[in-house]
Ligand binder design. Structure first.
Ligand code: HEM
Length: 377
């Protein structure tokens, strides 16, 4: 079976292992693909590869479906310029300043005794954090959340209708906010990007693309970090006990969740020239799938790679946040959110129990649960 035939319900790891058995770079269903940690890392850092074809068009494998496209979908120099403008919102100082609010939020979302964890905790937490960061008014966060969900679940681009409508609604919302911030700047990300627009460092179209990216990239991914992590602990009570006894293991637990059950399973790159040293048949404008989730279980890098073990130490960083110039801009924010959530969950819900079967999201790129019913004891 090829990865393109997988569904969100399938266990993809046996398929990744079958591909791994064919070599570090395999040809699978007419495309190049790698499951190797070293090769993923190398290609992601190799400036001979990019996200676009040489004529500037965007291959389907690298399209997030955003209109206008974002810097995740751009190569240098545009990527460098736009990423630099968005980066200040993710400085360590900014992340520290968000932490108390995230703690308060996690505490209050875990006040009841039973819930669907995806609906009650994993979804509202990141959406409120991003809304806060962007300065979205409370009354608009609902349409914001709906849009994020829709884009994240449309990786097969099978239903452009609802997506286009939602994009129209969210674009109108951002246009209104941009207009407001031009007149009355605040201390949020939209205001600082609007100031860059005034200084002609980015166009209004690029501003819109950046805002859409921050919403989409930071939302569903974090939902799945929380959902996948909770499920991992439900399935591994010994690891849950370890975390409860030593809450300071939370940051290591977040890293292990990201390695073992990453929200983003793969990405892609295009060769901008022939690269015989990487693979003799990989030519200019050929694409290659980089299966980050398989790299995270590469036995050459991680001993006993299929084991979920929050006490791992001294191993190279996983690929859940990618690598190279597109390394996740929100990684520190996501890590902080995960750290807070697993600490609060371990303290407030130490006997968390799954109460019914979980359901899977219908996506193979962004993997996780659509629902996960749990109770406090
Ligand atoms: C890029 C994963 C959370 C913002 C990426 C990429 C991955 C990723 C794999 C790179 C894709 C590629 O190389 O093609 C994740 C995961 C997250 C997470 C697993 C949560 C656990 C966030 C958050 C934000 C964010 C919270 C911001 C609010 C971004 C941005 C990029 C990005 C702006 C584009 C970076 C660039 O192109 O230079 N993320 N992300 N992410 N992420 Fe995240």
């Amino acid at each position: 079976m090829s990865i393109v035939h997988l569904t969100g319900q399938d266990d993809p790891y046996p398929v990744y292992e079958a591909i791994r058995a064919k070599g570090a770079i395999a040809e699978d269903g007419g495309m190049f693909i790698t499951t190797s940690h070293a090769v993923c890392n190398k290609i992601l850092r190799d400036r001979r590869f990019g996200v676009r074809f040489s004529d500037g068009s965007l291959p389907a494998m690298n399209s997030v479906g955003l209109a206008p496209p974002s810097f995740l979908e751009s190569d240098p120099p545009d990527h460098t310029r736009l990423r630099r403008l968005a980066a200040p919102a993710f400085s360590p100082k900014m992340i520290d300043s968000y932490r108390p609010r995230v703690e308060k939020l996690a505490e209050s979302l875990l006040d009841n005794d039973s819930m669907d964890l995806i609906e009650g905790l994993a979804t509202p937490l990141p959406i409120m954090v991003i809304s806060d960061l962007l300065g979205i008014p409370d009354k608009d966060t609902r349409s914001f959340a709906e849009y994020g969900m829709l884009v994240a679940s449309s990786d097969t681009a099978q239903s452009p209708g609802p997506l286009n409508q939602a994009t129209g609604r969210i674009t109108a919302l951002f246009e209104r906010l941009i207009d407001e911030r031009r007149r009355r700047p605040g201390d949020d990300v939209i205001s600082s990007l609007v100031a860059s627009e005034g200084e002609q460092k980015l166009t209004v179209r690029e501003l819109m693309g950046t805002l859409l990216l921050l919403l989409v990239a930071g939302f569903e991914t974090t939902v799945n970090l929380i959902g996948n992590g909770t499920m991992a602990f439900l399935d591994h009570p010994d690891q849950w006990d370890l975390l409860k006894r030593n809450p300071d293991l939370a940051p290591a637990a977040v890293e292990e969740v990201l390695r073992w059950a990453p929200p983003v399973h793969y990405t892609g790159r295009v060769a901008h020239q022939d690269v015989p040293d990487v693979h003799h048949r990989l030519k200019r404008d050929n694409g290659i799938y980089l299966v980050l989730a398989a790299g995270n279980r590469d036995p050459e890098v991680y001993p006993d790679p299929h084991r979920f073990d929050i006490t791992r130490t001294g191993q190279p960083e996983h690929l859940a946040f990618s690598s190279g110039i597109h390394y996740c801009l929100g990684a520190s924010l996501a890590r902080m959110e995960g750290d807070v959530v697993f600490r609060v969950l371990a303290r407030k819900w130490p006997r968390i129990t799954q109460t019914a079967a979980a359901t899977f999201r219908d996506s193979t790129t962004i993997r996780g649960f659509a629902s996960l019913p749990v109770s406090r004891s």
